[in-house]
Structures are given as C-alpha cells and as structure tokens.
Design a protein around this ligand. Structure first.
Ligand code: BG6
Length: 288
C-alpha cells in the first residue's frame, strides 16, 4: 500500500447532511473528529474507552455557529471583548473556516493534522492586525493540541486565548480536580479574587480563571483520571454552567451540565501574551 493511500484511509474528509465539513481520524490509538470551521476538535476517544471530550447532544454543526463541546479555540480575546460588547464572545476564530495544510500518518498509532487561519478582510474588521494561526493536533496515545500565533503585522499586538476543552465526566457530583491547591483565581461570577484550598469540587455554577497554574491538573472521576498538561500557558479556566444556566442555553439539554466539565488551557488576565512584529507564541494542551 502506498503511503498516500494509508493516509487517506486513516484521515477521511466527511460532511454532515448540511455540508458542514470535518476530518475523521482513526488510528490504533483511537479516533478524533475535527471540524474545518474553527479547527474545532469535537470528538476524541481512545480505543476501548469512553470519549475523552464531551459534546452536547443538541450542539449546532452549522456555518457561523460554534460547536458546543470538544475544544473550541477562543482567540484573540478570551470571554467578552474588553471594550466593545457587540463583538463576539471568545473572539472570531471558532466560527472562521480554516484551511487544512497537512495530514501525516507518523505511524499506526499517531496522526498529525495541521490547520491554518490567516487574517482576512473580515477578520481585520473585527481585529485590526495581520496574523497567522496554526493548530497542530496530534492524535496518539495522548491528544496534543498546539496553537501557534504569529504576528505578521507591523504593529505589536496582545492576545488572550483558550483551548476551551470540554471533558466527559461520569457525574459532576463524583468528580474533583487535583493540582490547584493554593492557586489564586478570579471568580468571574462574583468578581472576587480567591485562593483555592485543597482540591476543586464542583457543586454549583463555576466560572473561574486560575492564575500561575502549575500544570499538570488531574480530573479524578469514578472510573478514570484525566490528565491535563500544558506549555505556554499559566492560566486555566474552570467552567460548569450548572442547572439554571444550562437550562437557559439553547444548545445544551437541561441536565447536560452533569456529564461535562471545562478545564481550559488559557492565556487569560495577567497571562495575556504580547507579540512584537514577527514574534510567535504557542500554547499547548496535552490531554491523556
Ligand atoms: C467559558 C467562560 O470559558 O465559556 C464562560 O468562562 C462562558 O463565562 C463559557 O459562559 C461558554 O461560552 P460560550 O460563548 O461558548 O457560550
């Protein structure tokens, strides 16, 4: 078999009935699906295991709408825009159409995919800088997601961002996060700055930005532990909408909050990154 045939077999372009495109990767480590819109990884499971990433049963898979689940890319701002509330929450690249630039089958257990997004007339209206983004996804024993920002502008710019990972959990009541003890966080709900004491349990709506995070973090679930390691990031966002907010959201079932937990590898608040012309920055999440 030619190498090219092998690659084709292992990474297949597919579309939903409405034409929404994604790449379906299958190898001996597992399976992953990545939408071309947003370079949005929306499915990942290791062979013989429950899916690592959570995706809403009622998510949209439509042009211009963000997928609810997987790993949306929040960029070049995380959360609400600082000065203009008419601009989209979490920036615009999660709903932009990216270009697939490379798919490599490194070995039977490892597939690498690179997607790219460059500034355009539309992006310049939303954010006035010339940039190039690359998302490098490695589907192997571990799932590695690396987002590289290059400043191609003649001016310096500052970005905040997140690899907004939604993890599948068996039941939110039985889950805790290890690794954030004594770490300060900004509580986005109360606007307070608080120091975490002990492990993090989720017993209500949680929306926090932890700072000076010492990765790795671990989700302890009844049936398995999930490890989140990172490079190029010292902030992490923990989010669960809980009952009332979940019921208000149009793309989550009322009880969906019980089986998901977001731990987002971020560059947020003091961890914003300033890039001089020609500079690059890579933020990487390694999930296992
Ligand atoms: C989290 C934010 O990262 O994303 C929350 O901290 C937000 O405040 C959540 O509600 C979901 O955002 P969105 O735009 O995907 O609904």
């Amino acid at each position: 078999m030619q190498a090219a045939d092998w690659v084709q077999q292992m990474a297949v372009y597919k579309t939903f009935d409405n034409g929404f495109e994604y790449i379906d990767i299958v190898n001996k480590s597992g399976r992953a699906k990545i939408a071309v819109q947003g370079a949005h990884l929306f499915h990942c499971e290791r062979v013989g295991e429950q899916p690592l990433l959570w995706v809403s049963e009622t998510s949209f898979f439509e042009p211009g709408k963000a997928i609810r689940g997987g790993v949306p890319i929040c960029w070049p701002w995380f959360g609400k825009h600082q000065t203009d509330s008419s601009l989209p929450q979490h920036g615009f690249v999660r709903t932009s159409v990216w270009t697939v630039v490379d798919i490599q089958e490194t070995d039977e257990h490892t597939t690498e995919l690179i997607l790219q997004l460059k500034s355009s007339a539309r992006s310049l209206q939303l954010w006035p800088y010339i940039f190039e983004l690359q998302l490098h996804v490695t589907v192997a024993e571990k799932l590695t997601i690396a987002l590289t920002t290059k400043n191609c502008d003649e001016n310096t710019f500052t970005i905040t961002s997140a690899l907004h990972s939604y993890f599948t959990v068996s039941d939110i009541d039985n889950v805790y996060i290890e690794g954030l003890d004594k770490t300060r966080y900004f509580d986005s709900l109360t606007k307070e700055s608080i120091i975490q004491k002990g492990n993090t349990h989720i017993g209500g709506e949680v929306d926090r930005i932890y700072q000076n995070v010492r990765y790795p973090l671990t989700i302890h679930d009844q049936k398995r532990n999930v490890h989140i390691d990172a490079h190029g990031s010292s902030s992490a966002v923990i989010w669960n909408p809980w009952k009332e907010k979940c019921a208000r959201m149009g793309d989550m079932k009322d009880d969906a909050y019980t089986t998901m937990l977001c731990i987002e590898t971020a560059n947020a608040l003091d961890d914003a990154r300033t890039l001089l012309p020609g500079d690059k920055h890579t933020v990487t999440a390694i999930l296992s």
